[in-house]
Design a protein around this ligand. Structure first.
Ligand code: KIV
Length: 292
């Protein structure tokens, strides 16, 4: 069916597959340049081919195939039960979706719980599975001991996105989904871990549920590693949201830092484009919503 004869779709309209790509594929040097010149980086989770294709067409620079899929796709109560095989399947699906349209988005595969904890060799073996499934980068939760693992992967040609603050894979140790880095001591530890990860070669770093002032300080302190905030204030180098949250279809309680872009836009593509615009112009997030 040609694009023009397609019925109106709740996903919005994708450019026809034959359309010439209008944007260059996102690369690591490009993300680093964006960070250097202060252009905000947009990241959104996606787990299947269709939503990934729409995100790509909407101009989302980074697609995170997050292990949050355990909660939003599999109905688990935390991300702890997600397997490497499940992640591989979803990374492959997302990769096919991105390649189908413009093929510009940078794809990040999340390393699930238990797949990088034993040894650096185990981490490399499992990261290779996600890279061979189509990921351009892997994401690893946690600080401290993870720095050696990050260095090991980066030295072997695997770009790494770190993840500090609230790390959902350790929810049981943290005692719940709580804001991290609220005290002077915990903010100092967070900064130490962040600088170690930058030094180890991590080029992106998700900061989840961290006070806005703390993530602003980390962003300034890390010229070589771009912070990507979620519930971490507007002064990060970029932002990430879980797809189901920003579309307003998550069954759980909506975190106060989330904005429902779907209700404003009326189509999935419109919601994603509005998200990209709001992150780029700094109107999302609003720091007052992060007064933890
Ligand atoms: O798994 C995920 O989707 C994530 C984001 C919440 C950053 O880690």
């Amino acid at each position: 069916m040609s694009q023009s004869s397609q019925p109106a779709s709740p996903y919005g309209t994708l450019p026809p597959a034959s359309a010439p790509a209008t944007r260059k594929p996102v690369s690591l040097p490009r993300l680093q340049e964006m960070h250097a010149r202060g252009e905000k980086i947009t990241m959104l989770t996606a787990y299947d081919a269709t939503f990934a294709a729409v995100a790509d067409a909407a101009g989302v620079e980074c697609i995170l195939v997050g292990d949050s899929l355990g909660m939003v796709c599999q109905g688990l109560s935390s991300t702890v039960g997600v397997s490497l095989e499940t992640m591989r399947y979803h990374v492959e699906s997302v990769t096919r979706g991105v390649q189908k349209v413009q093929g510009t988005s940078w794809i990040i595969g999340d390393m699930p719980f238990g797949t990088f904890h034993e040894s650096k060799d185990q981490a490399f073996r499992n990261a290779a599975v996600l890279m061979q499934a189509g990921a351009h980068m892997v994401k690893i939760e946690g600080g401290g001991w993870t720095a050696d693992t990050v260095r090991f992967l980066v030295e072997r040609g695997i770009p790494v996105c770190a993840h500090l603050g609230l790390t959902p894979q350790t929810v049981h140790a943290l005692g719940g989904y709580r804001v991290q880095g609220k005290t002077e001591e915990s903010a100092a530890l967070l900064k130490r871990h962040a600088l170690e990860l930058q030094d180890a070669g991590a080029s992106l770093m998700v900061l989840e549920m961290v006070p806005a002032a703390v993530s602003a300080d980390l962003t300034r302190a890390m010229p070589h590693c771009a912070t990507i905030g979620i519930g971490a204030g507007v002064d990060c180098a970029g932002q990430v949201l879980v797809l189901h949250d920003m579309l307003g279809v998550n069954l759980g309680k909506m975190a106060k830092f989330v904005r429902n872009f779907m209700s404003e836009a009326g189509s999935v593509r419109g919601a994603m484009e509005a998200y990209v615009k709001a992150v780029k112009d700094g109107s999302f997030p609003v720091n007052a919503q992060h007064a933890w």
